[in-house]
Design a binder for this molecule. Structure first.
Ligand code: FEO
Length: 170
């Protein structure tokens, strides 16, 4: 496997694991602050990020590359509000989209068309993840910063988490 592509994929393996830990951390914050539905939604999201990581691990192995796990940054543990949590989810997903686009560029430079084809799944996934994060932020804005509004928002997220089976990445 091309060494630049392999290095980029290994970097993304770590980034997906970091995303998972960040969402676990957010879920724990929500749990602690009484947002049970938001916690469930974010725990589910954290599991999805692990699936994204595992899919990459399998791909690198299948192509004869070497998976190199690395140390991870400490995820943030504190937020000022539920709005701050979900604002960060969207910002984080936009960052991940940029990362996937960068790997795609490396594949194009290195003429690794198989990997660019494999990455289409992640590109589509990022469209869905950004859209979902925007949708949650819209709900939160509509709910306003009132106890009743936030109660209904959290109930909606509980329903969303229950409805979303974790997408198999393999
Ligand atoms: Fe694996 Fe949310 O991107």
């Amino acid at each position: 496997m091309n060494t630049n592509v392999e290095a980029s994929l290994n970097h993304q393996i770590n980034a997906e694991e970091h995303s998972s830990r960040l969402y676990f951390s957010m879920a724990a914050w929500c749990d602690k602050h009484g947002f049970e539905g938001s916690a469930k939604y974010l725990f589910t999201h954290a599991e999805e990020e692990r699936m994204h990581m595992i899919k990459l691990v399998h791909y690198v192995s299948e192509r004869g590359g070497t998976v190199l796990t690395d140390s991870l940054p400490k995820p943030q543990n504190e937020w000022d509000s539920i709005l701050a949590v979900f604002t960060e989810v969207l910002a984080h997903e936009k960052k991940v989209t940029g990362m996937i686009n960068s790997i795609f560029e490396v594949c194009m430079q290195e003429k690794d068309y198989l990997t660019s084809n494999f990455l289409q799944w992640y590109i589509q996934e990022q469209v869905e993840e950004e859209s979902s994060a925007r949708g949650v932020l819209d709900k939160l804005t509509l709910a306003g910063n009132t106890q009743g509004g936030l109660f209904h928002f959290d109930k909606e997220l509980m329903a969303m988490a229950a409805a979303s089976a974790i997408k198999p990445a393999l």
